[in-house]
Design a binder for this molecule. Structure first.
Ligand SMILES: NC(=O)N[C@@H](CC(=O)O)C(=O)O
Ligand SMILES: [Zn+2]
Ligand SMILES: [Zn+2]
Length: 345
């Protein structure tokens, strides 16, 4: 039995680090495990120009605990009136690694998101030309579409035509949750990839209603039925370079989760690698963990692989019920559970 596993330092290709006191409370959890992270731009106000991207990057770097070596990769938040020239400048100056498409009102802080993808023609042509990746929260927002179908309908109505119209555009379908998404990505060309969260590998929708309503199991896209979890799991452990690690760690203060209208988002950063590794172990493919965590993402983005390594040891770890930092209390993914691997560093 493997008792220790050492892999090239991994990256997190989708994380919410927030801002202000929350940023200070959470960034160390990500920086401890990951060398780089794609930092989502859904702040209030969102990151919609080069100056905002630079300023946010500086705030993140200042908040990283001393002695940790961590590089935030910044993302431009697309709005209906996003300026292609500003986006190209941000990419060429190395400020932005990608642009993020939030359909308006699809998720947390997406009110400024895109109301109609046809408004982005100039932006998408530019991104395709310069090789800048488009990251997508892939859910339609029409109220008449069942919440469990919104990802599959997005793929059919928006993503498939987008891929057809911009055949060279690099696209990451973020936090995939369905068999339809896993199949679409697997069957597309090498310019289409996907991130996968730990929660969508581990829970299905029953977890949200397990003996009562469970706000800490609620995120968007919402967890789906078991057959979808199994399909996403199969994709993650397949060894395909199209699928890579993106935690979507999305902290919300405990009071905003445990509420009559609780926020979507699961805070999984503190035990992210432990969580993923358990899945690869259960699937009997520990040898594929390094590709998923440390190689497929940088290759997709055209960035160098990290130097250095991290080690996890087989040892039981008790996940606390709460993580408290000053005035901020967060409930982590796996709260109160015991995990089988310990991150050593
Ligand atoms: N995943 C979530 O449930 N929430 C994210 C937004 C997002 O990634 O859609 C957040 O910012 O809280
Ligand atoms: Zn999202
Ligand atoms: Zn997210």
């Amino acid at each position: 039995m493997t008792t220790q596993i050492t892999i090239r330092r991994p990256d997190d290709w989708h994380v919410h680090l927030r801002d202000g006191e929350m940023l200070k409370a959470v960034v160390g959890h990500t920086a401890r495990q990951f060398a780089r992270a794609i930092v989502m731009p859904n702040l209030t106000p969102p990151v919609v120009n080069v100056a905002a991207g630079l300023a946010y990057r500086d705030r993140i770097v200042s908040a990283v605990p001393a002695g940790m070596d961590f590089t935030p990769l910044m993302v431009f938040y697309l709005t209906d009136d996003a300026d292609p020239a500003e986006i190209a400048r941000g990419y060429e100056e190395g400020v932005f690694a990608a642009c993020k498409l939030y359909p308006a009102h699809a998720t947390t802080n997406s009110a400024h998101g895109v109301t109609d993808i046809r408004k982005l023609t100039g932006v998408l042509e530019t991104m395709q030309r310069i090789g800048m990746p488009l990251l997508i929260h892939g859910e339609v927002t029409h109220r008449e579409v069942d919440i469990f179908d919104r990802e599959a309908v997005f793929i059919e109505q928006i993503l498939a035509p987008l891929v057809r119209d911009y055949p060279a555009l690099k696209i990451v379908l973020e936090h995939i949750t369905t068999a339809e998404a896993a199949d679409f990505v697997a069957e597309s060309g090498p310019q289409i990839g996907a991130t996968i969260t730990p929660q969508h590998l581990i829970i299905n929708r029953n977890a949200i209603f397990d003996g009562g309503i469970r706000p800490h199991a609620y995120c968007l896209p919402v967890a789906k039925r078991e057959r979808h979890r199994l399909a996403v799991r199969k994709a993650a452990v397949s060894g395909s370079p199209k699928f890579f690690l993106g935690t979507d760690s999305a902290p919300h203060e405990i009071g905003r989760k445990e509420s009559a209208c609780g926020c979507a988002g699961i805070f999984n950063a503190p035990y992210a690698l432990e969580s993923y590794l358990q899945v690869f172990e259960e699937e009997g493919v520990l040898d594929r963990f390094e590709g998923f965590a440390s190689e497929h993402g940088p290759r997709f983005y055209g960035l160098p692989l990290n130097e250095g390594t991290v080690t996890l040891q087989r040892e039981e770890v008790s996940v606390p019920e709460k993580i408290v930092d000053g005035d901020i209390t967060l409930v982590p993914f796996h709260a109160g559970e015991t995990l089988r691997w310990r991150f050593i560093g």
